[in-house]
Write a protein that binds this ligand. Structure first.
Ligand code: ASP
Ligand code: MG
Length: 416
């Protein structure tokens, strides 16, 4: 008998009809001889609505209380799903993250899972029950209720799948899989049949919203195969596994766009040891997620340092940087909200030269200016003006052969 973990996102359980459709799929899976653990997100826009409610009564919003509030969204879903399952004769039991033993650190709003005990889930399964778990939440080492950050239900699902040694983790969402680009931005985008963990990790890091970054890290570290698919069409989606791409696979798997970041620039920083540490240590201490960093070469002993952060962290970042700028005697601080990050991701990059050059040439031909660049072995990211993001993404998608599904092969190096 296989153990399947199924995660249903907010749109999949957005209303009573959706909830019943999900119950049918859970029942179908169970009746086909599988043990089933279900992880649910809050219904539709429930989490956004709770945040709006919090905003309307408070500007302080202590983390503990905000988490207490936000975790209710998932509790609504899990209870309703169990009721819908009862109606069609499936014995199911709901559990909060805390009940099922999802132990996190104490960082409210972005807690990290430290351990998954899972005892109550195992018990429920042993009794032949379907186990329905509230996503996106846990209990901290201080015994407080925590949330894992937006989109955190994916992480709950994968962490449970790893702890229970599940055979697969199905992530049901409103898209049919992982695409070669965001179809809303690049109409020619295609669904990928498979992709490996490293590529998916880079895609999530580059801003792809299909799977939460941490869930992919978990899946890779524990080798949990993921199947990203739609709860609207139920068709086969994209498999994310440890499989390395073969020679026939395209060099580039996708173009990822991210319009959720802002850029901060510290001007006229004295070029001496310790300055970057002085800047980034307090940012780290305040849990600001710094992404790209660029430091210019210095002229007359001074340099500029730019970095990007999620726009949601910008306020805190500005506070911190304003203080540090005074300490280190920088000449000023500016920020820019109107930026976008465009990334190319592909495991084939490791073995084929010239990808960066082709990327920059493509953007240059379109008149797109590059503000920052960063790379990993299988990713190249650039920051451009927000107004250029569609043009950049579409032209790269075409240039790297992603429109047609034809692999882009780098020209062979000239023989001497
Ligand atoms: N409901 C939470 C959110 O909207 C968690 C999730 O959907 O994964 O971020
Ligand atoms: Mg969600």
């Amino acid at each position: 008998m296989a153990l399947i973990v199924q995660k249903y996102g907010g749109t999949s359980v957005a209303d009573p009809d959706r909830m019943k459709a999900v119950a049918e799929n859970v029942a179908y899976t169970k009746r086909h001889g599988n043990d089933v653990v279900v992880v649910v997100s809050a219904m539709g826009k429930a989490t956004d609505n709770l945040i709006a409610l919090a905003n309307s009564v408070s500007s302080t919003q202590p983390g503990r209380e905000l988490d207490m509030l936000l975790t209710t969204g998932e509790r609504v879903s899990m209870a309703l799903l169990c009721m819908a399952l009862a109606d069609i004769g499936v014995d199911a039991m709901s559990f909060t993250g805390s009940q099922v033993g999802i132990i996190t650190d104490t960082a409210h709003g972005k807690a990290k899972i430290l351990e998954v005990k899972g005892d109550r889930a195992r018990e429920a399964l042993q009794q032949g029950k379907v186990c329905v778990v509230a996503g996106f939440q846990g209990v901290s080492t201080d015994k407080e209720i925590t949330t894992l950050g937006r989109g955190g239900s994916d992480t709950t699902a994968v962490a449970l799948a790893a702890a229970l040694d599940a055979d697969a983790c199905e992530i049901y969402t409103d898209v049919t899989g992982v695409f070669s680009a965001d179809p809303r931005m690049v109409p020619q985008a295609r669904k990928l049949a498979k992709i490996n963990f490293d590529e998916m990790l880079e895609m999530a890091g580059a801003g792809s919203k299909v799977l939460a970054l941490r869930s992919v890290e978990f899946a890779r570290n524990h080798n949990v195969p993921l199947h990203v698919r739609s709860s609207f069409t139920w068709e086969p989606g994209t498999w994310v596994t440890s499989e390395e791409p073969s020679m026939e696979d395209p060099i580039i798997s996708g173009v990822v766009t991210d319009v959720s970041e802002a850029k901060v620039t510290v001007l006229g920083v004295p070029d001496q040891p310790g300055v970057s540490a002085a800047l980034f240590e307090p940012l780290a201490a305040r849990n600001v997620n710094v992404d790209m960093i660029v430091q210019n070469t210095s002229t007359e002993g001074h340099t500029d340092i730019s970095f990007t952060v999620p726009r949601s962290d910008l306020k805190v970042a500005q506070e911190v940087v304003a203080q540090v700028a005074v300490q280190i005697e920088a000449k000023g601080v500016t920020h820019d909200n109107d930026i976008a990050k465009v990334s190319l991701v592909g495991a084939g990059m490791k073995t084929s030269p010239g990808i960066a050059a082709k990327m920059f040439r493509t953007l240059a031909d379109e008149g797109v200016n590059i503000e920052m660049i960063s790379t990993s072995t299988i990713r190249i990211s650039v920051v451009v003006a927000a107004s250029d993001v569609e043009l950049a993404a579409r032209s790269l998608h075409t240039a790297f052969g992603l429109d047609s599904g034809q692999a882009y092969s780098a020209p062979l190096p000239e023989r001497k």
